[in-house]
Design a protein around this ligand. Structure first.
Ligand code: BGC
Length: 416
């Protein structure tokens, strides 16, 4: 990805003189929040800006994880017409910042005291070379399981706390004729499940060595083989139509009682809430079995595109709105994520949100907070995509577990 982006440097220089499609007093926002729950959350932001007299030009690009959105972004920048603001994850932000494509938000950050309230783990991706280059809107995490409570109750299943209990629950649901796992066979969704399965199989040191340090021995290790075996178990408990299914349709299967569990980031909660469901009554949220003390996080941030480094009044207003404490509460309550500031009360949040906030603080304090590989917070895009390819090929039966671990090590080595 780095190489591709270097080629864009020239285009960026050209872009520096081109106006964005947004008119004065308007922001054009590129994002991938297109599901029902995501759209409800986005409305909170639109309305906030509209109340300040700032118009919203929507640029949605469907596709969880944002790969398609990033492709559209590259095309827009190459055409000399970057959007005003772009939803972005982790290493992608740093890559664009390295190209000098992002506006410097330091004055606003100093005025608003962001350094004191945004967690260090997020600042690592929001700042480049001492400059604030994006405004974090939330913290999501990927090691969650979402379950239909009546389905579990009807089958005498309690929330599993370790892999063995989870496997037993899957077997039980299959025997009862219920699809045990709702899953969408798309590379980013396979990888999202793999985040949690790897953390559970090998623990935090293993996860870090594999996906953050990219250690060859760990990637090809017996523990990695075991993680792929567990992916085989999961694969054997999805329905026949899983291929290509969107994540929110998989969530709908759990909401409707067609499936027992979905392993997905906490944006899935937005879908339950959007369907009028209540945590603890209709659905359960719990950490992926064996990862109760760990959090694999990803934070959505909005980067402001301006090759000259100047931030416009509208961009400043958007960034300021995003980080205001009242917005952080109102937005994240709907989105399923937790605030990107440490000083927001958990009062307005439901049980899952309260747990999310508690888990995040505890994981940060105990050193068990790690960036999500699947969502661009562990390694740059080239490595992430190489991992996606192997995980998906294995999930679709192309490799057995032993071969997959070796292929993973090779693919990561080539991608670096
Ligand atoms: C984003 C979430 C989004 C999810 C599915 C993730 O990468 O961080 O905000 O809801 O993808 O679209």
């Amino acid at each position: 990805m780095r190489k591709t982006m270097m080629k864009l440097t020239t285009a960026l220089v050209v872009a520096s003189t081109a106006a964005s499609m947004a008119q004065a007093n308007e922001v054009e926002v590129l994002h991938w929040w297109t599901s029902g729950g995501e759209a409800s959350a986005l409305n909170v932001l639109k309305q906030d800006l509209e109340s300040q007299g700032i118009g919203w030009q929507d640029m949605p690009v469907a596709g969880g994880g944002g790969e398609s959105a990033m492709t559209v972004l590259r095309a827009r920048v190459t055409a000399g017409n970057p959007p005003t603001a772009v939803q972005m994850l982790g290493f992608d932000i740093l890559d664009w910042a390295a190209l000098d494509a992002l506006a410097n938000l330091n004055d606003l950050a100093a005025q608003e005291g962001w350094d004191d309230v945004v967690p260090e783990a997020l600042q690592q991706f929001a700042k480049y070379d001492g400059k604030w280059v994006s405004a974090p809107v939330n913290v999501h995490s990927t090691n969650w399981v979402w379950a239909n409570k009546s389905v579990l109750d009807a089958n005498g299943i309690a929330a599993p706390t370790n892999w063995e209990e989870f496997e037993a629950a899957l077997t039980k649901l299959a025997a009862a004729g219920v699809t045990p796992i709702a899953h969408g066979g798309q590379a980013w969704q396979d990888a999202t499940v793999f985040d949690a399965v790897s953390m559970s199989t090998g623990g935090p040191d293993f996860y870090k060595a594999a996906f953050i340090d990219l250690d060859q021995d760990t990637l090809a290790s017996d523990t990695m083989v075991e993680a792929f075996r567990r992916m085989d178990v999961i694969r054997s408990h999805v329905d026949d139509n899983f291929s290509g299914r969107d994540w929110n349709l998989a969530t709908a299967m759990v909401i409707n009682g067609e499936a027992g569990f979905q392993m997905m980031g906490d944006w899935a909660k937005g879908e339950f809430l959007n369907a009028g469901k209540v945590p603890g009554e209709d659905f359960l949220c719990f950490r992926f079995p064996g990862t109760a003390d760990q959090v694999t996080f990803n934070a959505d941030q909005f980067a402001m595109f301006d090759p000259l480094g100047d931030v416009s009044g509208e961009q400043s207003a958007l960034a300021k709105a995003i980080l205001s404490p009242s917005f952080q509460s109102a937005f994240n309550v709907v989105k399923g994520s937790v605030p990107a500031r440490t000083d927001v009360s958990d009062e307005a949040f439901d049980a899952c949100g309260k747990q999310g906030m508690k888990d995040l603080a505890a994981a940060a304090a105990s050193g068990n907070l790690y960036g999500s590989m699947a969502h661009g917070h562990a390694a740059p895009a080239a490595v992430k995509n190489a991992i996606y390819d192997v995980v998906t090929a294995h999930f679709n039966g192309e490799y057995d577990a032993e071969t997959a671990a070796q292929e993973l090590a090779d693919a990561v080595s080539i991608a670096q």
